[in-house]
Design a protein around this ligand. Sequence first.
Ligand code: NAG
Ligand code: NAG
Length: 93
Amino acid sequence: MSVKILSITLLLLSVCLCFHAAAARRNPSRSRLCCIEVTTLNMSAEVVGETYRKQAAAHPCVKAVIFNTDYGKLCADPKAQWVKNLVANMTKV
Ligand SMILES: *[C@@H]1O[C@H](CO)[C@@H](O)[C@H](O)[C@H]1NC(C)=O
Ligand SMILES: *[C@@H]1O[C@H](CO)[C@@H](O)[C@H](O)[C@H]1NC(C)=O
């Protein structure tokens, strides 16, 4: 039970830390939310759905794999083993 609570807390933290608005001043049409940080923590248990997105690095955005969770988007490190494991069985959108 407490493990579950801990993992949810970690998840919320990482969602808050990672998913900031990145203002693209020179090109307002591209000022969308993007990942400026990624988590390497194994969040496999929180990922929902069958799809993921990839984000290319474009300062301040970093290279990331974006998963869906019940709480929102999750920015994950493409180099993390748990991310590779999940992505192998998911569809890129
Ligand atoms: C990540 O956690 C899941 C279960 O939550 C586990 O099945 C998986 O083996 C873990 N992956 C790594 C690389 O630790
Ligand atoms: C991924 O898909 C393969 C083939 O469809 C399957 O054998 C494997 O068990 C799946 N792995 C996970 C973690 O769902």
